[in-house]
Design a protein around this ligand. Structure first.
Ligand code: C2E
Ligand code: CA
Ligand code: CA
Length: 754
């Protein structure tokens, strides 16, 4: 893979909404949980407070029992009765047994003597024996112990309220020594209130015993009592069930010795129910909807984000790549070059960067000839072709149009020319374009960045200059940058600027070179050749500025200036024809035939006296429009000559197709060295030309021998220094009118005549 940059895209666009959504979800869940918690808590709190009320009501019942007991137990009479020598059962039945059971609804009443023996027991109209008491003695024992001593309470202190009431005694001395204990215990048949009180005198303290008699009351906590409690604390019916009943709604009634004595159930209000049954479902639905929407929004956002990211990635790719070839573009190339150069400079590396500018030769012709689609297809194919031959670390870019560029890091001593050869190799095979195979060549300019060079501009410019040179040298080659090239470019640039200013002024002059008839030695025509009299540089030959004008877009105005000047001076030449050179650029101008016609009329020049010289290369490029131009020009009466024949394709087909009236054999054929060798070719040209009734002009005749030779070969006309160099107007006119006599240049003419 050839390197390309700008691939990965960091996530620059964040999703703050994701965090927000998560937070919202967490808050909502917490709220949901809170509602459930609050609902349940409210219900529980309500139930707990009712349970506390029940418990308090039970304590009240305990205190009430004590209050009831107190009426008899703290009394001189009962003390005497209990401590008397004779135990008066009747008295006890009336004042104790019946009094408590029938008056207050106590269930059992006992009297214990100082040694805690049961001396009296009563329940609902009958006496109880001691055995009955023994059933509960074990549980009551701790209470008795408390009453008898100042020992700390074993059971819960239920009788605080009663105790507070008892502190009021001031006159009732005996009552002050009273002691008691009251608790809720779990009896064999369920919970009971057990209340124990000393039997002490209120007034006659002489009756006080160190260990007094005790009165014990047992009150069952039954359904009736619970009904009463329920009504008094306004919570409705409290159902009392045996301890073994299991009901999730039931609350245990725990006796003071810590046993579950019974189960209580009641219908408690549920203030949290509104939250749980109404608000919770609504909220849950809202939450689900919100979560759904959040999810949707999140998904959409995610999609949008992904899309944006893709767009960004492709935008970045497009910004750094060429759409047609998918190769890195100019900007990418320059950026990478800058990065690599500064990296090498920083690392003090002895490696260097070579860059090659590649330009497809005559790409415009490919486009014109087989269409832009085919041109594009060619561009697309060139990329992989080059990549295949390049190194993995080389960078290949398309700079635009038919220009490519390659970047290669070279090690010390490595020849950058190798890169040129590699690139040339890519164009060795023809390309398949639009059902046909076309041969394409390329010109390559290579430059190497000086070590330590960090600025890409210089090396890019150098590569451009060497590319220019490669094209100048005839294309299909590579050129390595040399310092002198830069100087040359500079001076070319200078010439171009000066030439622009010179066009239309007298700096541009026409010289004329005579062409003679080989047979008569007479001047038959002159060839107009342009000269530039530069104010500082002196006389500049067309070889130095014509191609420059062509490349710099100056050929059209320059060519027009030349045409005008020649037509203006044409009347000075009485009987000789005038040849004018046409640049391909001029020939492509649509209005050239009109312009020629216009000039001929303006300066009263017979078009038949004008010969327009064109080169073969122009014919290769010629399209339909050019061919029509040719025809129009010929129809106006102008004649055409094929110039520099033999240097290009030398296709004889053109001779016929464009109806030339003259062939000018290039001077390279005539020059002494090659004449012998090329003889058969010249003979063939002459033969064909004559067949087509064309004049055959031999250019560059520099010696008598050459003249003799071309004469022998059958050329009809000759031109060259041997006859005369190109001369300014006045001199050529003098040359034409001067009868031939003496001088080295005239001599061959005499030979010719002879
Ligand atoms: P060309 O059309 O082949 O012109 C003939 C060139 O050969 C002239 O060079 C001429 O001076 C030179 N020459 C003539 N006899 C000899 C000889 O015996 N030996 C040698 N070595 N050279 C000889 P010049 O005037 O420097 O022109 C060079 C080329 O510039 C021309 O080649 C032509 O292509 C172009 N050129 C000259 N004038 C114009 C013009 O007015 N318009 C256009 N478009 N091109 C022109
Ligand atoms: Ca010529
Ligand atoms: Ca020529």
């Amino acid at each position: 893979m050839v390197e390309s940059t700008g691939g990965s895209v960091p996530g620059r666009i964040g999703t703050p909404t994701f965090g927000v959504s998560l937070m919202l979800l967490a808050i909502s869940s917490a709220l949901l949980f809170f509602i459930v918690y609050a609902g349940i808590s409210m219900n529980n709190a309500a139930r707990n407070s009712q349970r506390d009320l029940i418990s308090a009501a039970l304590s009240d019942a305990v205190n009430r029992t004590l209050m009831e007991q107190k009426g008899i137990a703290l009394w001189d009479e009962s003390t005497r009765a209990a401590q008397g020598k004779i135990f008066n059962v009747n008295w006890f039945d009336e004042e104790v047994g019946a009094y408590f059971t029938e008056g207050y609804g106590h269930d059992q009443v006992y009297i214990l003597d100082p040694s805690d023996r049961v001396i009296y027991g009563y329940a609902h109209g009958k006496h109880l024996d001691a055995a009955q008491f023994e059933e509960i003695r074990s549980k009551v024992g701790p209470m008795i112990a408390e009453v008898r001593s100042a020992k700390k309470r074993t059971y819960l202190e239920r009788d605080r309220l009663f105790g507070l009431n008892q502190q009021r005694y001031s006159r009732l001395q005996g009552a002050r020594s009273a002691r008691w204990a009251a608790n809720i215990l779990s009896g064999p048949e369920g919970p009971v209130i057990v209340s124990i009180m000393t039997i002490v005198p209120t007034v006659d303290t002489s009756l006080l015993l160190p260990r007094p008699y005790l009165m014990v009351s047992v009150v069952k906590i039954d359904q009736a009592m619970m009904d009463l409690i329920g009504r008094s604390i306004k919570i409705g019916a409290i159902r009392l069930d045996p301890a073994n009943v299991t009901d999730s709604q039931a609350v245990p009634l725990v006796s003071d010795e810590g046993e579950v004595a019974a189960m209580m159930s009641w219908t408690s209000p549920k203030p949290g129910q509104l939250l749980l049954t109404r608000i919770l479902p609504i909220f849950a639905v809202l939450l689900i909807v919100a979560a759904f929407y959040t999810m949707m929004i999140f998904r959409r956002l995610n999609e949008a984000y992904a899309k944006l990211r893709d767009q960004e990635a492709s935008a970045r790719f497009m910004a750094m790549h060429d759409g047609l070839s998918q190769l890195p573009n100019r900007r990418n190339f320059i950026q990478t070059l800058r990065t690599r150069l500064s990296l090498l400079a920083r690392e003090n590396s002895s490696n260097r960067i070579a860059i090659a500018y590649v330009d497809v030769d005559r790409f415009k012709d490919v486009n014109d000839a087989i269409g832009h689609g085919a041109g594009d297809s060619l561009i697309i194919q060139i990329g992989p072709r080059l990549k295949d031959l390049l190194r993995p670390r080389d960078m290949l870019a398309r700079l635009g149009g038919d220009e490519f560029a390659v970047m290669r890091e070279i090690v010390p001593g490595e020849d950058p020319a190798k890169l040129g050869e590699t690139i040339m190799a890519a164009f060795k095979r023809p390309f398949d374009v639009g059902n046909q195979q076309i041969e394409v060549t390329a010109s390559v300019g290579i430059a190497v960045a000086a070590s330590g060079e960090a600025d890409p501009d210089r090396v890019v410019q150098d590569a451009d200059i060497s590319l220019y040179r490669a094209k100048d040298l005839g294309r299909n080659r590579y050129a390595l940058f040399e310092a002198s090239m830069a100087e040359e470019v500079r001076s070319r640039h200078e010439i171009e600027t000066d030439l622009r200013a010179a066009i239309g002024t007298s700096q541009i002059q026409m010289y004329y070179q005579p062409v003679i008839s080989v047979r008569t030695g007479q001047v038959t025509s002159v060839e107009a050749l342009v000269r530039w009299k530069h104010p500082k540089k002196g006389l500049i030959e067309p070889g130095r500025f014509i191609s420059l004008a062509e490349q710099g877009g100056l050929m059209v105005p320059l060519g027009d200036h030349i045409l005008e000047q020649v037509f203006r001076e044409a009347h000075r030449f009485a009987n000789v024809d005038i040849a004018i050179n046409l640049s391909p650029v001029q020939l492509r101008q649509r209005h050239l035939p009109d312009r020629l016609d216009q000039l001929a009329r303006l300066f009263s020049v017979d078009p038949r006296r004008i010969v327009l010289e064109v080169t073969e290369s122009m014919l290769i490029d010629a399209d339909g429009a050019t061919e029509r131009s040719f025809e129009d020009i010929r129809k106006l009466g102008f004649r055409m000559a094929l110039d520099d024949f033999g240097t290009g394709y030398s296709s004889l087909g053109y001779l016929h197709r464009f109806e030339f009236s003259k062939i000018k054999i290039d001077r390279s054929f005539v020059s002494s060295g090659s004449l012998e060798r090329l003889r058969p070719i010249i003979e063939a040209i002459v033969h064909i030309g004559r067949g087509l009734r064309m004049d055959i002009v031999a250019e560059g005749v520099e010696s008598a021998a050459e003249l003799a030779m071309i004469q022998a070969l059958g050329c009809t006309e000759a031109q060259g220094y041997w006859i005369s160099r190109p001369l300014p107007l006045e001199d050529i006119l003098a040359f034409i009118s001067t009868p031939r006599s003496g001088g080295p240049k005239r001599q061959p003419l005499q030979v010719a005549r002879g």
